[in-house]
Design a binder for this molecule. Structure first.
Ligand code: ADP
Ligand code: ASP
Ligand code: MG
Length: 820
């Protein structure tokens, strides 16, 4: 006999019922077959909700309606497809059950409570619907069926809501049943019967356990658990991309994985089949050809670690105090008290000093646990032998599971390093005595990232970087080109998987978890009718696309966006930008940005703010962090002015040089925006603030390259004409400088806490003397670099170098993640 269990998604609608029937008939053509069925997806939750409504005195009309809306179409669809499927009979039986449920509900409404016995009955009705429909379908397909009632066969011990099956007693019950080799056996999952013959439940998701018990008592050759995934994966495949399908694992590994949260198997499933060495196969109803995962006595040691799991909604309790030390039996009393209250303990750790014991329980049991501990140790608490109970709520247990752990060294090192890289704070650690698992208790908020980082460490050497780009014009567009060109290289040489998961502009936003098609993003964006990104939608995006370490790259010149960086950091994004808008806003906002970055553990990087791709900001930050301090700064910070002043040096007039730069596209659309010095002033402000000066833009003494009156004009042409009026004075300055062996440069300087930008004559011994033709140069005289300054020099403008600066910031962000 083979026992096949089908979960809720496998019987969610009429098509799925047909799939299951096909699999059942196919198996039955080879061997005797039994099916254990769950309720159609969502039905049990609706029944639970219905019971809760009833207990509160409500009629639960909505739940009734929703249950009908799921079940009735299954019945009528199948009736239409199969001539001998007796729709009327099945509908009548379904309606009968619904009437009984309604009667029970009326009783609850009257009483204002729902006794557990009634609760168990109502909540198990979803399974009875599945059996009703499947038996009619199999008969319509010409197959005989034998229905066995779990209440009569699975003998249970425990309460109405979560009982265990006594295998020996159940075996005898099963043996007494009449067999029918021709028929497919059907049994509803999720319930059994106690010694009084009353219906009891086996706990939520208990149908897997029902199947395992039926396999054990019928001494089946195999127990197959069919769900909506291809088998057991190294991680929940819906939560972690790149989860690996496991071919084989041992019973012990499967038990540990399910115990620590792998929902694909109910934690109690394995024990009954392991006891009789019955192999278990986990398979996908939608992909019956797939090999599935085989759980048996043998494991596959070539995969030493089988999986990473997370168990959420956990509370960590710590009991400590002088009374703990050396007192025999304290731990025994503690755990006996807790287990007597019916609270299951998921994990225990004890400090080696015996001063404290920490353990995890489901958060829902916290009040109960505290009550029994307080009562058990009331004297010790009163005498001060024990400290007040410490509780950390909202925890998750992250576990690494695998038989190979015993043989392979460094597993725990790798695990904890991964958690450290994810910047996750560990609250407690435990290693299973079997050396089959290591667990860390962390904040639940960090569970997704922690699992993803640990999974990457064990199963995938690639680090992921998820980019959301806003603004794909000049620099943004070039950045996308560079990413497209570098992706393969970064993957192979640096182990980095760089994905552009979102691209937006002021009108629309498109996204794709697997990287947007970088050849067609423009048309995709134009064709999209989506709304632009907001911090709120960005936060949702992290959840929807399972982003681990997302970066918002702002390649716009939008002030509105720059003023939202704090919100984006709070939503979970690092910020990388060439835009100077945020850093040159008020000092108060500048400060808020740094605070938010610290608070949310998000990076804010803006290397391209000054000198485009030149290593300026990072160099300066490193120098200051190493204890250096700025004495004086002098620099040529505008590529345009650098080019223009080079031409002047060669004998062109100011207006000729400006026209030349303008016609080559080296200036802003209106050259006045280069010549007024404000762009240089902004860069200077950023450098000054970096060095700790709390300045505003208005504090900078800006003397334009050309006096203001010569920069007036309605458009570029008018400005270019007007500039001619400045030529005479300017040429005079050039000549005066020349007479002294100097050249004119547009220099930004910081000295004695003051910032200034102006045209400055510089002599041959100055580092800026030779800087022209569009080059930038920054001379930093510092405590460590004096009297000869540290000079950074090179092209400091242009989309390619700016985009490269942005990309290098992006690459610096790997391995950074958010802290609580
Ligand atoms: P069923 O309703 O068929 O019993 P479940 O929803 O209980 O199915 O279990 C299947 C789900 O378990 C999958 O959809 C998957 O998201 C989740 N899951 C969690 N961890 C794992 C894992 N390690 N391997 C496979 N699936 C997992
Ligand atoms: N239908 C039950 C539940 O949802 C049992 C199961 O699906 O395993 O909990
Ligand atoms: Mg399940």
């Amino acid at each position: 006999m083979r026992v096949l269990k089908f979960g809720g998604t496998s019987v969610a609608n009429s098509d799925r019922f047909e799939d299951v029937a096909k699999i059942a008939l196919d198996t039955a053509s080879r061997t005797q077959t039994a099916l254990v069925l769950s309720a159609p997806a969502k039905i049990t939750n609706l029944l639970v909700a219905l019971v809760n409504q009833g207990a509160q005195g409500n009629s639960a009309d909505k739940e009734f309606e929703q249950i009908r809306a799921i079940v009735e179409p299954i019945i009528t669809d199948l009736g239409k497809r199969h001539a001998t499927f007796d729709t009327d009979k099945v509908l009548a039986e379904f309606n009968n059950t619904m009437t009984v449920i309604k009667q029970r509900l009326d009783g609850m409404v009257l009483l204002g409570v729902c006794p557990e016995q009634v609760m168990a009955f109502v909540e198990s009705r979803g399974e009875s619907f599945s059996i009703l429909i499947m038996s009619e379908l199999l008969k319509a397909l010409g197959k005989k069926v034998r229905i066995i009632n779990p209440v009569e066969v699975l003998v249970t011990e425990g309460g109405y809501m979560e009982s265990s099956v006594n295998i020996e007693l159940s075996k005898a019950k099963y043996a007494a049943l009449e067999d029918d080799k021709e028929a497919i056996t059907l049994m509803s999952g999720f319930c059994g019967g106690n010694s009084k013959g009353e219906l009891v439940l086996l706990g939520r998701n208990g149908s897997d356990y029902s199947a395992a018990c039926l396999a054990a008592i019928s001494q089946a050759e195999c127990c197959e658990i069919w769900s909506d995934v291809d088998g057991v994966y190294s991680c929940d495949p819906r939560a972690v991309e790149g989860a690996v399908l496991l071919k084989k694992m041992s019973y012990a590994e499967a038990m540990e994985l399910s115990y620590f949260g792998a929902k694909v198997l109910h934690p109690r499933t394995i024990a009954p089949i392991a006891q009789f060495k019955i192999p278990c196969l986990a398979k996908n109803t939608k992909n019956p050809q797939g090999p599935g995962t085989l759980i048996s006595e043998q494991t596959d040691l070539s995969v030493p670690i089988k999986g990473i799991t997370d168990l959420k909604n956990i509370a960590l309790i710590n009991i400590s105090g002088p009374g703990m030390k050396g007192m025999v039996g304290m731990a025994g009393r503690l755990f006996t008290a807790v287990s007597r209250a019916g609270v299951s303990i998921t994990l225990i750790t004890q400090s080696s000093s015996e001063y404290s014991i920490s353990f995890c329980i489901p958060q829902s049991e916290l009040a109960k646990a505290k009550r029994v501990i307080s009562s058990e140790f009331r004297l010790e608490f009163k005498e001060g032998l024990l400290n007040p109970i410490e509780v950390k709520e909202g925890c998750a247990i992250i576990s690494v599971v695998g038989d190979g752990m015993r043989m392979v060294r460094g597993i725990s090192g790798k695990f904890f390093r991964a958690l450290a890289e994810a910047n996750v704070n560990i609250r407690a650690i435990a290693q299973g005595s079997s050396e089959r698992s290591i667990s860390a208790v962390i904040s639940q908020k960090r569970a997704t990232e922690a699992v993803a980082f640990a999974h990457t460490a064990f199963f995938n050497s690639l680090q992921r970087i998820d980019i959301v780009l806003i603004g794909c014009g000049g620099v943004g567009g070039e950045l996308l080109n560079q990413i497209k060109r570098q992706r393969d290289h970064l993957r192979e040489k640096n182990g980095l998987d760089v994905r552009v998961v979102g691209i937006g502009n002021s009108r629309h936003f498109i996204c794709d978890a697997n990287c947007i098609d970088l050849d067609n993003y423009k048309s995709l964006l134009d064709a999209s009718d989506s709304e632009p990104l907001t911090p709120e939608s960005a936060e949702q995006l992290i959840k929807d696309l399972h982003l681990i370490n997302p970066i918002l790259v702002d390649c716009t010149s939008s002030e509105a966006l720059a003023l939202k960086y704090v919100d984006y950091m709070q939503a979970g994004y690092h910020i990388v930008t060439p835009s100077k808008k945020a850093n040159t806003n008020s000092y108060e906002y500048y400060r808020q940005l740094r605070e938010a970055s610290k608070k949310h553990h998000r990076k804010f990087l803006y290397e391209a703010n000054v000198g485009a791709g030149l290593p300026v900001i990072n160099t300066l930050q490193n120098q200051l962090a190493a204890g250096d301090s700025l004495i004086e700064f002098e620099g040529i910070l505008s590529g345009t002015l650098s080019y223009l002043f080079g031409l002047v040096e060669d004998g062109k007039t100011l207006s000729e040089a400006t026209y030349d730069a303008y016609s080559k596209g080296f200036t802003e659309p209106n050259p006045a925006d280069d010549l007024d010095g404000m762009d240089v002033a902004r860069k200077l402000l950023i450098l000054a603030r970096e060095c700790g000066l709390e300045l505003e833009l208005s504090d900078i003494d800006v003397q334009g390259a050309v006096p203001k009156q010569f920069l007036q004009g309605a458009n570029a042409q008018e400005v270019l004409l007007n500039i001619k009026n400045a030529d005479a004075d300017f040429t005079k300055m050039v000549n005066e400088a020349k007479a002294e062996g100097k050249v004119l440069r547009y220099v930004g300087s910081i000295k004695n806490g003051k910032c200034q930008c102006k045209v400055t004559p510089v002599s041959a011994d100055n580092a800026l003397y030779k800087v022209r033709d569009g080059e930038n140069a920054l001379a930093l005289t510092t405590a460590y670099y004096q009297p000869i300054p540290l000079v950074v020099r090179g092209y400091g403008a242009g989309t390619a170098v700016t985009a490269a600066g942005v990309l290098s910031d992006i690459l610096r962000i790997q391995n950074w993640a958010r802290e609580d």
